[in-house]
Write a protein that binds this ligand. Structure first.
Ligand SMILES: *Cc1c(COP(=O)(O)O)cnc(C)c1O
Length: 370
């Protein structure tokens, strides 16, 4: 699905030099690259503050911890997402309230969010799935009306943009109160291990998030809060420092691959190509088709041809064994079920060449004529 080896070969001199600096400085924890990367990423995102942490799941957990919720408080989220989004809600003793997604965008449906709000609702976590921004303006309106914070799960969409009705654009993860992102190797901006970050424009909140990520310390050995130990290490920050200047090029390459696939599958009777919402600049973390028949057989067929197609996600979060008896469903989640039976993601990364793309597209089309 990704080709990290080829990408490394292409960027090797910069990445090696960056790592070498850390090895020679021996500042493995909280070294200069960690601060430098946080500053550069904030600049890239045009956000006030970036707080690095150990991974994207921790970022979500730290964000929720900062809101000081009580057990039983409800957090609205999609069920059609990666498990981590919902896991941290349950881990903190909060109740996930699952709402349906829009069948075209795969993202949380603002009208469904409105219906899900109860007196116990304390936060909303939209997920910018596959690299496409959620429709944020209606969500912000709902949140403002009810006085609710929004935490954006931006793990799949770093560099994506949302276009407001008045034409202003903002990078996803910087639009609501807190944004959370992941630098897992296969993410659009990935390091060579685990990494993550929180994003906010609020200075006081940034300080609080920083404290929670660092054992609740206000200064060394003075602990004002119960926190966690969640750090981005210097080596990972060094990799990210070398890769960040290439992020826009990574996005350009992903979008070019998506354009190729779109052209190959346009008008196909059995396939719906990914919808690109007019309010979103899509960064294609995944290129995900809706396949109207024999989806599982297609995946098998592609695997036989050495094409690693994947299903994200075959089981909705609320159907996972871990969530039995936990959480509340808002409505039937009809679109989420429908999608979980039809989606398939094709290889999508920065190193796909036209022969590979042609082979993949031909294979998909051949499956449907056989
Ligand atoms: C990857 C991912 C996460 C978790 O990130 P990790 O760094 O793996 O902990 C959370 N939410 C979504 C939507 C993701 O894709």
């Amino acid at each position: 699905m990704v080709d990290l080896r080829s990408q490394y070969q292409r960027l090797k001199p910069q990445i090696d030099a960056s790592i070498q600096q850390v090895l020679e400085s021996a500042a493995f924890i909280n070294g200069p690259p960690v601060h430098e990367f946080a500053r550069k990423l904030a600049e890239y995102l045009q956000a006030g503050y970036v707080i690095p942490c150990a991974n994207g799941t921790d970022a979500l957990q730290i964000a929720l911890m900062a809101l000081e919720l009580k057990p039983g408080d409800e957090v609205i989220c999609p069920s059609f997402t990666y498990f981590a989004t919902v896991e941290v809600i349950a881990l903190l003793g909060l109740t996930p309230v699952f709402v349906d997604v829009n069948p075209r965008t795969f993202n949380i449906e603002p009208d469904e969010v409105k219906k899900a709000i109860s007196p116990r609702t304390k936060a909303i976590i939209p997920v910018h799935l596959y690299g496409q921004s959620c429709d944020m303006e209606p969500l912000l309106d709902i949140a403002r009306h009810h006085g609710l914070p929004i935490i954006e799960d931006n793990a799949q969409a770093i560099g994506a943009e949302y276009v407001f009705r008045d034409g202003t654009r903002k990078k996803t993860g910087t639009i609501a109160l807190i944004g959370c992102t992941s630098f897992f190797p296969s993410k659009n901006l990935g390091c060579y291990g685990d990494g993550g970050a929180l994003i906010t424009n609020d200075a006081a909140l940034a300080e609080r998030l920083r404290m929670i990520a660092n054992h609740g310390q206000s200064r060394r050995y003075y602990h004002d809060l119960i926190g966690v130990n969640s750090r981005l290490d210097s080596l990972q920050a060094a990799v990210l420092m070398a890769k960040l200047p290439h992020l826009d090029d990574f996005i350009r390459r992903r979008r070019a691959a998506a354009d190729f696939y779109d052209a190959a599958f346009a008008g196909h009777p059995d396939i719906t190509i990914p919808y690109r919402a007019p309010y979103s600049f899509h960064v294609f973390h995944q290129y995900t088709l809706i396949v109207h028949r024999e989806r599982d057989a297609l995946v098998q067929y592609l695997h036989q041809r050495n094409i690693p197609a994947m299903i994200y996600y075959p089981v909705l979060c609320h159907q996972q064994k871990a969530f039995v008896g936990k959480g509340r469903l808002c409505g039937t989640l009809h679109h989420s079920y429908w999608l979980s039976q039809r989606v398939v993601s094709l290889p999508m990364h920065t190193e796909l060449d036209s022969d590979q793309l042609q082979y993949i597209a031909n294979s998909v089309k051949e499956f449907f004529v056989t």
